[in-house]
Write a protein that binds this ligand. Structure first.
Ligand code: FAD
Length: 380
């Protein structure tokens, strides 16, 4: 079969693929054509993206709620941060998808092909041949955002969660404050915390999140979330609007797939998800800004590590300690929250930290387990 040829093929129309497609749709590509291949046939609100704002980005208009206050709770104590500079913002996936699909629809040089699953990639005639379940394509540049099988480097925990958007019969939540982590919950199945995003006094996304190597049946997380609302917020549940679930690898990993010339990866496939926190959305925006500049300038973008060696190493040490001593994890997260001010905390969580921030985080941690883990990693 003759393969249709494109200048750029983006494999995967999720967060990274559509972030890039939107920017390319709005860029002057001097007649070059872009295709996005995505297996799903329709988009739904399959997740929500949160993170701290550091100025505007292409999807700032999709933010439907933001908070200036957040807290971490452990051992009956609540550490509250109030930030004047960095709001914690919420983007529902359906708004993001709608904005991206509108941008792509409005550009004649970018095409989204839904219901297409890419399979094998191989170099051919100075381009890449993409085998798909709908036939082959050729592309001069491929941006591959398919989730990959990774070989974890170091300890491999998963951040697994189920979130319920819960509506209560009476007032139950403080709409001004996000609960980032409430560790004062059952810790028998792993490092467990509740995450509460209050949209109003009577509606919140309540997520039971566990850091451990093993997934649990979905109903377990759901039961914990509803029990939490009834017990801690002393509220009667009127209904559940949305459910979201995920399992994010918390490991510094390298790709198991060999790199090909003319193929760069983006998004989670390129390590955009921060192992110790699971945040990726804002990193993906920066990554796709950089890819867009290179593509618009006619350069072949290079795949660059998302974070510095130092930050990857610090993450590995932290993950090593909490994997070895899961019972200490709540205290470690609480120490971090109590010893950092709101702005430093936001910078650290969003990977905007400088050396003074890194030192503050390192100094807030207990020395012995961290030194031992650092030495162990250095020897391995
Ligand atoms: C439920 C959930 C909530 C999250 N919340 C946050 C948050 O609050 N803040 C934050 O910063 N991060 C969050 N993350 C982490 C991260 O931001 C997301 O996982 C983000 O979607 C990663 O973007 P991506 O493009 O790499 O992957 P995805 O968005 O998963 O996109 C990958 C795309 O590849 C497609 N695909 C798969 N196989 C093929 C194939 N063979 N051919 C073609 N296409 C294929 C998939 O259908 C998908 O559309 C969350 C993750 C999950 C799962």
């Amino acid at each position: 079969m003759t393969a249709e040829r494109f200048d750029v093929a983006i494999i995967g129309g999720g967060c990274a693929g559509l972030s890039l497609a939107t920017r390319l749709a709005e860029a002057d590509l001097s007649g070059r054509r872009v295709v996005v291949l995505e297996p799903r046939t329709s988009y739904t609100r399959d997740r929500t993206w949160c993170g701290w704002s550091f100025g505007t980005h292409r999807f700032s208009s999709c933010v439907d709620r933001s908070w200036r206050q957040w807290s971490v709770r452990h051992g009956g104590e609540e550490h509250v941060h109030t930030s004047v500079r960095h709001a914690y913002e919420h983007i529902p996936a359906d708004r993001f998808y709608e904005t991206a699909l509108d941008a792509v629809d409005g550009a004649s040089h970018v095409e989204l092909r839904k219901g297409v699953r890419a399979e094998r990639l191989e170099p051919l005639d100075g381009a890449t041949r993409i085998e798909s379940d709908q036939g082959p394509l050729l592309a001069d540049l491929v941006v591959d955002t398919r989730p990959e099988l990774h070989e974890p480097r170091g300890p491999a925990l998963l951040q697994h969660f189920v979130g319920l958007e819960i509506v209560t019969a009476g007032d139950a939540f403080d709409p001004g404050r996000v609960t980032l982590m409430d560790f004062d919950v059952d810790q028998t199945d792993g490092i467990h915390f509740m995450y509460v995003l209050p949209f109003s006094r009577r509606r919140a996304l309540v997520e039971s999140t566990i850091l451990s190597p093993t997934l649990l049946p979905e109903k377990v997380y759901a039961a914990r979330a509803t029990d939490y609302v009834q017990r801690v917020h002393d509220a009667e549940i009127e209904g559940i609007r949305q459910v979201e679930a995920g399992a994010i690898p918390m490991s510094d990993s390298r790709s198991a797939r060999a790199g090909l010339p003319g193929v760069v990866r983006a998004g989670a496939a390129a390590g955009a998800v921060r192992p110790s926190t699971g945040y990726a959305f804002h990193g993906i925006q920066r990554q796709t800004d950089r890819l867009t500049r290179a593509i618009a300038a006619g350069r072949v973008p290079r795949e660059r590590p998302v974070r510095s060696h130092v930050d990857s190493w610090l993450d590995r040490v932290f993950l090593g300690v909490i994997s070895r001593f899961p019972e200490r994890a709540p205290e470690l997260f609480a120490r971090m929250a109590s010893s950092l001010d709101a702005e430093t905390f936001a910078r650290f969580m969003m990977e905007r930290q400088g050396w003074p921030d890194r030192s503050r985080v390192v100094l807030s941690m207990p020395k012995l387990p961290f030194t031992r883990e650092a030495l162990r990693l250095a020897r391995s």
